[in-house]
Write a protein that binds this ligand. Structure first.
Ligand SMILES: [Zn+2]
Length: 132
């Protein structure tokens, strides 16, 4: 589900909340992966069997890759939430939050990736850039 579809389906506030929850799940995953990396590194020893060494190396490698992937997803989800959230204030009355208009009302002729927001307070409409 893309950003625009998500906002239209859930509404801005629920979509924003889910973005923050998803990003923090990735943050927790990153911390756990860093712990796995540290444990694997701590257990590394050439004095034990080759199988133990291989097991510890796999733990370190999985921890490093998982922590990197988790960090990238955390950063991407937070960046997207910040990008859209910064546009969520009505330019007319400064009220936070908006109602996403359906694609038929967005006047998105030739621009299917456009999202038009409507203020719940004053009814002002403005475009939302969903990012890339
Ligand atoms: Zn307004």
């Amino acid at each position: 589900m893309g950003t625009i579809d998500g906002i239209r389906r859930l509404g801005f506030r629920k979509w924003y909340e889910r973005q923050l929850v998803e990003s923090h799940v990735w943050l927790v995953t990153m911390v756990l992966a860093l712990i796995l990396t540290a444990v694997g590194y701590e257990a590394l020893s050439v004095r034990e069997s080759l199988l133990d060494l291989a097991y510890d190396l796999v733990a370190v490698a999985v921890g490093v890759v998982l922590s990197w992937v988790s960090f990238r997803r955390y950063a991407a989800a937070m960046t997207l939430a910040e990008h859209v959230g910064a546009q969520a204030v009505c330019p007319s009355c400064k009220r936070h939050g908006f109602k996403a208009l359906p694609a038929s009302e967005s006047g998105a002729t030739g621009r299917p990736l456009q999202l038009l927001a409507a203020c719940r307070g004053c009814g002002h409409r403005w475009p939302i850039d969903p990012g890339s």
